[in-house]
Design a protein around this ligand. Structure first.
Ligand code: CP
Ligand code: NVA
Length: 304
């Protein structure tokens, strides 16, 4: 597959490039020994402006498994724009490291890192996108269903970063995706338009709805936290607004949905009940496991 320059949103992929990336991720998962030196001699900076369990550990361990070396920068050492500008941060990191993985408050910080470091940059979550998560999720769906163009994914909850990247991934993969949000929590209009444009190329359909019944018969139902990191809304107002959108067992049965998905961390008894989260229908640990394989495919593609 062609060399990847950056992973900032998922919209940098053509439909074929995304399919190739998922195929590579599956190969990396099935034959890890074949890739054990893929990043030999490479050092990769991991910058986190926000907390993380899955992203931090899956990148750190994944880079090790590819024979590379990671340098973790937390807020004490990685407070970009505070001790020095983001641009100065980026051009200094470029003196020693081969790529930058960054979890940031603002998507524009990633653009500044791209411009100043001139190294490959991978978005490890921003206010707008979570592309690594979407890749892992698509990989999980591919493992369960094979042909993604036959899959109906319903996303329920906040039209947030995870929803945005899933919409782009679904559109590129020819899927049907129904996004069900309360009033005022729609995904960003420009990203919806971008996903709809991509969907025209692939035969995908992206449907926005307020009605839970539109998830009826979906192959998988996906939800995320009602309040993302950095959101300033009143938690009680949010809990009241989103309560009708909780994923619980009676709803799963009523809709006839096969699988449950969540990027994690989950807020038990809020957006999902423990009964669903811990059930056989739950793909959450497969999604978490696949973070590493999907990201490793991305890292291999940056340097191949
Ligand atoms: N899903 C995810 O990105 O988890 P973390 O916030 O723990 O990295
Ligand atoms: N939407 C969530 C995802 C966490 C992995 C957030 O941005 O906090």
């Amino acid at each position: 597959m062609s060399k990847l320059q950056h992973l900032l949103s998922l919209a940098e992929f053509t439909p074929q490039q995304l399919a190739d990336m998922l195929a590579l991720a599956l190969k990396v998962k099935q034959h890890p020994a074949d890739y054990s030196q893929a990043l030999a001699g490479k050092s990769i900076a991991l910058i986190f402006e926000k907390p993380s369990l899955r992203t931090r550990v899956s990148f750190d361990v994944g880079i090790y498994k590819l024979g590379g070396h990671s340098v973790y920068l937390d807020q004490q050492n990685g407070a970009m724009g505070k001790r020095e500008t983001v641009a100065d941060f980026g051009c200094n990191l470029a003196c020693w490291t081969d790529a930058i993985v960054a979890r940031v408050f603002c998507q524009t910080t990633l653009d500044k890192l791209v411009a100043s470091s001139k190294k490959p940059v991978v978005n490890a979550l921003s206010d707008r996108y979570h592309p690594c998560q979407a890749l892992a999720d698509l990989l999980a769906l591919k493992e369960r269903f094979g042909d993604l163009s036959k899959v109906h994914l319903a996303y329920v909850g906040d039209g947030n970063n995870v929803c945005h990247s899933l919409m782009l991934g679904a559109a590129l993969s020819g899927m049907k995706m129904t996004v069900i949000t309360p009033e005022g929590f729609l995904p960003e209009a420009d990203i919806v338009a971008q996903a709809e444009k991509l969907a025209k190329q692939t035969g995908a359909s992206i449907i926005l709805s307020r009605d839970m019944a539109s998830a009826s018969g979906a192959n998988a139902i996906y939800t995320d936290t009602w309040l993302s990191m950095g959101d300033k809304a009143d938690p009680q107002v949010i809990a009241d607004t989103f309560a009708p959108y909780q994923i619980n067992q009676p709803l799963m049965q009523q809709l006839g949905v096969t699988y449950f998905m969540h990027c994690l961390p989950a807020h038990r008894e809020h957006e999902v009940t423990s009964e669903v989260l811990d059930s056989e229908a739950s793909l959450v640990l497969l999604q978490a496991e696949n973070r590493m394989h999907a990201q490793n495919a991305v890292l291999i593609s940056l340097f191949s």
